[in-house]
Design a protein. Sequence first.
Lengths: 112, 206
Amino acid sequence: MSKEGIELKESVLTIGPNGKINAEVIAKAVVVLGEVRGNVTASEKVDLRDNGSVDGDIISPRVAIAEGAHFRGSVDMQRAGAKPTPQAAVKGSGPQPVPALAMTGQAQKVGT
Amino acid sequence: MPAAEEPVLAPEPQHATKALSKFLKYLQARESPALIDLGPVVGSNLNFFGEHLGCRIRVEDLFVDLESHAREGKLEQLPAFFESRFRQVPESIDGILCWDVFDFLDRPAAQALATAITRLLRPDGALLGVFSTGEARAQVYTKYVVVDEGHLRYRPYPSSRPRQRHLANRDIIKLFEGLRVTDSFLMKNNVREILFRRPAYLSQQT
């Protein structure tokens, strides 16, 4: 079963404390207070807050991970000026995939 | 996490490190080095290695695995678990930070882990380990927070697994049979920092 993605290249995506995402995430910036199982790509910053959880790879020039956060995966902070490369879809079993979204707007919140 | 009452944890002391700067020197000689951290995620470490050195870092946090095996009474399964734990291509990793994970493993699990991670190292790759030399009183794990290349802050957190009997030097060397010890430092706080390198002539690839 392939994993779909959430793509918000011009927006800041916040996954709230009750949010659970099982998808690839691509945004300008990503703030995680809930749970993400999938790769996270941001052109500006990924901010994993206390009690937030990411199981997947992070690609972003800036990454902040709070003391109480859970993270397992790789981090590629890239050289300054390089653009992030969206991750290919990952096949695997698991919960139902989230359909790809193409939302406009400055900030989007999930699971608040 | 253990069900017993929370231990009183000491504040974070800062300690000198001598092996870290040498480990960093090997990484800096490589273009976009690939690094594995076997310890828990430390945000500032990711910035240190990622932003300042341009490393691609993979956090594996074996202490989570150790805790779950300890709580479920499955410690005897650790050797088999470690044999298949890592998905990286052999000889694809430039540096491995073991910190003190080997202090918490019995001999079979330690050997299985050492063999598994040795396989991942590129020829000339480096591995840094921290090994205790005496009995530890508090039952805690430690997050090693990089202050700078000469200093680490030790940040303890609760564990349900005590440190195992500390390894003698010859036992440590024997664990990492495919590697050679390039530096070994006995620090004032009685931990031994050891830096291993994988000899270039011991490539497994044909």
